[in-house]
Write a protein that binds this ligand. Structure first.
Ligand code: ADP
Ligand code: MG
Length: 363
């Protein structure tokens, strides 16, 4: 009998580039997700097909190697990571279908690896622990595909609960469910359709810069600098870029903690200024925004959004805007007009619904 699991994409509410600094992030799963239908086969081969890709891929179960560059690497990477943990794999048929926009910073990649991992776990009765599932899905993306993601995406896709955001401490990988009830507010997600280059040199430059700054400051990671220690830390750094990177990470960690506190207090409106401050920090200090992202944020704020920021790795992808529900259409129209005025591509939008993590579907 085939087994089907669905794993969601995610929006990161706040906490950008803090993950690889051992810091805090606050993602939540969205309704959009990826479904993996898996079944065993007797010929020792693995066949992977996706409704979103024209070409299925078929390989022998014991032959595939990392880094071929095919989309199927995300699914094969899960099997490879399982095999490295001693799982004896039979031949498998894996069928993928998804409504997560691909490559928009909403983690279609994590939705894919998490749907495959949870489905194969159930099909083969592996009973992997939550930590093992996280390790396997991370390894699939990091070690097999070669995408330098920090683990937040897989955590959010595996562990989110409906109506909650997932507060993650990326040093300990401890997670806490934080009630996220939007009430009469709407969190608009605007996919700017601008190219995001998550795994390229800009990402590496920041990752290495943050590591260099931590070394200069004599701490294991920038997580270990708190808001009170920021000014003295900045004075000890020898480079303006490292100072900017450090200021972003330290203030962003602080904003995550403040956002968690506001959500726990049910003070949704307090999120607005935190989101906007996060965007300004990413624009001016971390320098990972771009014309489309800044334009969308400015347009949202210009029509009275409570707050707005880019979300995801940067340089493209999505913007989130916290708006009163009755003004959501006006806010979206303002972004569309601003994009048309600047001859940017046509943005796509939806209202985010904090949703549950990976779960089994009826076969
Ligand atoms: P994001 O995770 O933000 O969507 P990534 O660049 O990390 O962007 O991952 C996108 C890649 O994941 C795609 O280029 C493709 O290789 C793979 N992928 C994601 N979803 C699917 C799908 N439904 N079918 C096939 N490949 C997919
Ligand atoms: Mg991804």
């Amino acid at each position: 009998m085939p087994v089907r699991w669905r794993a969601p994409g995610r929006v990161n509410l706040i906490g950008e580039h803090t993950d690889y600094n051992d810091g805090f992030v606050l993602p939540f799963a969205i309704e959009q997700g990826t479904t993996a239908t898996v079944d065993t086969r007797t010929d020792g081969r693995v066949a992977v097909a996706s409704t979103q890709r024209p070409e299925p891929v078929e390989v022998a179960v014991d032959t595939f190697r990392p880094g071929t560059g095919s989309w199927a690497d995300y699914a094969l990477g899960v099997l490879w990571a399982l095999r490295r943990r001693g799982v004896d794999l039979p031949g498998l048929t894996i069928s993928i279908d998804s409504d997560v926009p691909v490559g928009s910073g909403l983690s279609s990649s994590a939705a894919l690896v998490c749907s495959v991992a949870t489905a194969v776990d159930a099909l083969l009765g592996l009973e992997l622990s939550a930590d093992d599932l996280l390790a396997v899905t991370r390894s699939a993306e990091n070690d097999f595909v070669g995408a330098p993601t920090g683990g937040m995406d897989q955590l959010a896709s595996l562990r989110s609960e409906a109506g909650h955001a997932l507060f993650c401490d990326m040093r300990t990988l401890a997670t806490e469910q934080v009630p996220f009830d939007l009430g009469d507010l709407t969190l608009l997600v605007i996919d700017t359709r601008a190219e995001h280059r998550h795994a390229d040199g800009e990402y590496r430059r920041r990752r290495e810069g943050c590591e260099r700054a931590a070394r200069q400051l004599g701490v294991p990671a920038l997580r270990d600098i708190d808001a009170a220690g920021l000014q003295s830390a900045l004075a000890r750094l020898d480079d303006d870029e490292l100072r900017r990177f450090t200021r972003h990470i330290v203030t962003e960690n602080e904003r995550v903690l403040q956002t968690v506190a506001a959500l726990r207090a049910g003070e949704l409106a307090e999120l607005g200024p935190l989101l906007t401050a996060s965007h300004v920090s990413m624009r001016d200090d971390f320098r990972i925004t771009g014309p489309e992202l800044d334009c969308a944020v400015d347009a949202l704020l210009g029509v009275g959004a409570l707050g707005a920021r880019m979300t995801g790795g940067g340089f493209g992808g999505c913007v989130i805007g916290l708006v009163e529900t009755r003004t959501a259409d006006t806010a979206l129209a303002a972004v569309q007009t601003a994009f048309a005025d600047r001859a940017f591509g046509s943005p796509q939008a939806f209202a985010a619904v904090p949703s549950g993590g990976a779960h089994r579907l009826a076969s």
